[in-house]
Design a protein. Structure first.
Length: 146
């Protein structure tokens, strides 16, 4: 029985998986999963003693991955950027709870949190308790406000 096509599928699939690993998953695991489909199809062809069944199995498995599972896998592997707590406050407004003066830190209530705050510029005038300020930046745990 000629099963050389099944062996080529297996070897080609293994080469694809190794290439994916060598590239550092740059293709988002597409190469590895298609390589797995090829290898599995080749193995099915060897078990069935039929190159045609191996080719058909490899094609069906690769098609199933591309048509059905690729979008789902990409969504699971995609890293979503979320602003951290500090980054999320830039541009928001808060209320001064403790006087802020040049070179003198105070406190600002932002939503449910109270933050240490300083004036963004030493030329800015002092802000008294109750004044509304806007967050210009965050340095460590201190808000720079205007």
């Amino acid at each position: 029985m000629g099963t050389w096509v099944s062996w080529i599928l297996i070897i080609g699939g293994v080469v694809c998986v190794i290439a994916e690993l060598a590239l550092g998953a740059i293709t988002g695991f597409d190469l590895a999963l298609i390589g797995g489909s090829l290898s599995l199809g080749g193995a099915i062809g060897l078990i069935a003693h039929s190159d045609k069944i191996g080719l058909l199995a490899a094609a069906v498995l690769a098609l199933l991955y591309v048509a059905l599972f690729r979008r789902w896998l990409k969504a699971k592997l995609t890293v979503k950027d979320h602003a951290s707590n500090a980054d999320a406050v830039v541009g928001k407004t808060g209320v001064v709870t403790k006087r802020i003066a040049p070179r003198e830190a105070g406190m600002v209530k932002l939503g449910d949190e109270v933050w240490r705050a300083e004036l963004a510029s030493v030329e800015d005038s002092a802000r008294e308790a109750g004044a509304v300020v806007a967050v210009q930046s965050v340095e460590g745990v201190t808000l720079k406000v205007r």
